[in-house]
Design a protein around this ligand. Structure first.
Ligand code: GDD
Ligand code: MN
Length: 363
């Protein structure tokens, strides 16, 4: 069992928490070889000095950044300067109980590449949170999982308490904005096995949270950047282009079957619609979602059936928006239809992304 690790702890004005944190870590890690690497953003309250004064009794180090700011990028700096292969990231404010660290280390030793201390699996939780704060937290997780498939691998991709092997992020260009360093790691790191262990997010007793409204905005910017960098934005563009090709197939066939083959136009339309759904499915299966294609005949036809079902849902959404905007809001029906198509496209993309092509194996 590997019991050698670097703890990376970002700090900003956490002076009062440093000593109790380091003492609790020492109590939790007796028998381990470790260093606590603090990355401080030039705190004005003397955090760095408080850390320095512990050097004679504890294995602590501090890097002071003067020209950069931000929790997640501070952690990246810690990754770059960690002495050991096994790294644990945690907050300084004792909301992450040090007693959990051995559980994280044990799970890495059992073969995981990333271990997340999770609030959202049985045994985990956040003691003092109001209903509203829980809802916001859940909403942020849902949004991440909607846009970034890698975030679906765990129940708590927003946790700031996790362990990883250095190899997960070695050679990766991590450029997180804001707070969510685990999300960045899950999306851009290279790893096989991720596991979660439960923990209770504690009350903050000393100092203040640095979370504010600006962080919510930074979070959305971070999501957009990750969607771009992970290729998910391109996936959406491909999906829209495939949809456009389906419109051409639909119109072309409607004309051909009606004018050239002499079918009744309603029959032509039925054939044209289903054909365009199938060509859309094929293109999406082999282009848009080629990385998550189901294997075998059963997988192929299963996905085709799902895609048809999702398309039916999209059709209903399109019609509902069309009728609602025209009848209730008084829009011109062609304009309403534009919104209908947009709504159906989003539905089709996200439901197919999360359900039809969710992938048989973990990504
Ligand atoms: N270096 C540095 N720079 N550290 C920072 C900065 C910064 O700009 N901002 C915050 N920190 C440090 C704090 O000093 C603390 O040790 C840790 O990062 C967490 O900051 P808090 O302000 O206490 O964050 P929180 O409790 O609201 O959020 C925590 O929980 C969230 C889950 O709800 C963090 O762990 C988040 O990452 C996590 O998503
Ligand atoms: Mn905190």
């Amino acid at each position: 069992m590997n019991k050698t690790l670097t703890l990376v702890v970002p700090t900003y004005n956490e002076k009062a928490n440093i000593t109790p944190l380091v003492e609790k870590i020492a109590a939790a890690l007796s028998g381990y070889e470790y260093e606590v690497l603090f990355v401080d953003d030039n705190s004005s309250d003397g955090t760095a000095q408080a850390i320095d004064s512990l050097k004679k009794d504890y294995p602590v180090r501090v890097i002071v950044r003067r020209n950069e700011k931000g929790l997640a990028s501070a952690v990246v700096r810690g990754f770059e300067n960690a002495s050991h292969e096994l790294i644990v990231v945690m907050d300084a404010d004792l909301q992450h109980p040090p007693a959990i660290i051995p559980n994280l280390v044990a799970a890495i030793n059992e073969g995981a590449d990333i271990v997340v201390a999770s609030r959202y699996i049985p045994g985990g939780g956040c003691a003092d949170w109001s209903g509203l704060r829980k809802l916001i937290s859940r909403g942020a997780i849902f949004l991440a999982q909607l846009v970034l498939p890698a975030a679906r691998k765990v129940k708590d991709p927003m946790s700031g308490f996790f362990a990883l092997k250095r190899s997960v992020i070695e050679g990766k260009k991590l450029e997180p904005i804001g707070y969510k360093i685990l999300l960045e790691t899950l999306v851009l790191g290279s790893y096989r096995k991720v596991v979660e262990v439960p923990f209770q997010f504690q009350l903050r007793e000393q100092g203040k949270s640095k979370l504010n409204l600006n962080q919510e905005y930074e979070y959305l910017r971070h999501l957009a950047r990750l969607a771009k960098r992970s290729g998910e934005a391109v996936r959406f563009i491909k999906f829209c282009l495939v949809g456009g090709s389906g419109v051409l197939v639909n119109f072309g066939l409607l004309w051909l079957l009606t004018e050239q083959a002499g079918f009744h136009y309603v029959l032509s339309a039925a054939i044209a619609i289903e054909t365009s759904i199938i060509t859309n499915f094929l293109l999406n299966n082999f282009v848009t979602f080629s990385d998550r294609r189901a294997s075998g005949r059963k997988g192929f036809f299963g996905n085709m059936a799902k895609f048809n079902l999702v398309s039916l849902g999209g059709l209903l959404i399109n019609l509902a928006i069309l009728a609602l905007l025209t009848e209730v809001a008084g829009f011109y029906y062609m304009l309403s239809n534009l919104f209908g198509i947009a709504g159906a496209t989003l539905w089709n993309f996200f439901v197919n992304n999360w359900w039809t092509w969710k992938g048989s194996k973990p990504l």
